[in-house]
Design a protein around this ligand. Sequence first.
Ligand SMILES: O=C(O)c1ccccc1NCC(=O)[C@H](O)[C@H](O)COP(=O)(O)O
Length: 198
Amino acid sequence: MKVKICGITNLQDALDAINSGANALGFVFYKKSPRYIEAKKAKEIIDKLPPFIQTVGLFVNEDETFINEICLESKMQLAQIIDDNEIINYDLLKVKYLKVLRAKEQKDLRNLNKEYYLVDAFVDSFGGVGKRIALEWFEDIDCSRLILAGGLTSANLKEIDGFGFYGVDVSSGVESDIKGKKDRAKMIAFLKEANEIK
Ligand SMILES: O=C(O)c1ccccc1NCC(=O)[C@H](O)[C@H](O)COP(=O)(O)O
């Protein structure tokens, strides 16, 4: 199962995440987030990363021009997109993308099609607050193209075993007491659990 650690704000956390076994690193380009990072700083981190790690920029209700500019400037490989108002013309994006479905209730999962999606719990602040989605909602769903997010920790990750999720995304569950600063031991514990899951 693939693991993305979201909310990277500094090089040390990025390297610790990679050394723990993470496949992807998330950078939050949403100014109101405590994990917000400027494109220039994200680029400085990305320039120092080893190969074979995917970099993911998170965008909240931005347009194609903004997403293209920030991804180009920061060298982001994938745009993770919250587009509540459905304003984006995806044909105009110059970067590969992953749509976020913020699920409020089980019926929201009916909107999934054959694309890959990151499915996160609906919260007013858009993400990174540790709110979980009820796992029963996924019982009759093909999860092989879904990346599950929301409230995952090394202590509860076992619960998703058997669902067949493509991957998971975690932010606050591997953070220190300071928002935006990751905890190395929590990342190691999370990846150890993730490696056991099917
Ligand atoms: O992390 C943030 O601060 C954030 C802010 C605004 C929109 C999304 C945000 N995070 C998105 C993510 O992909 C998180 O990893 C996801 O919501 C899971 O977070 P957590 O429940 O803390 O593991």
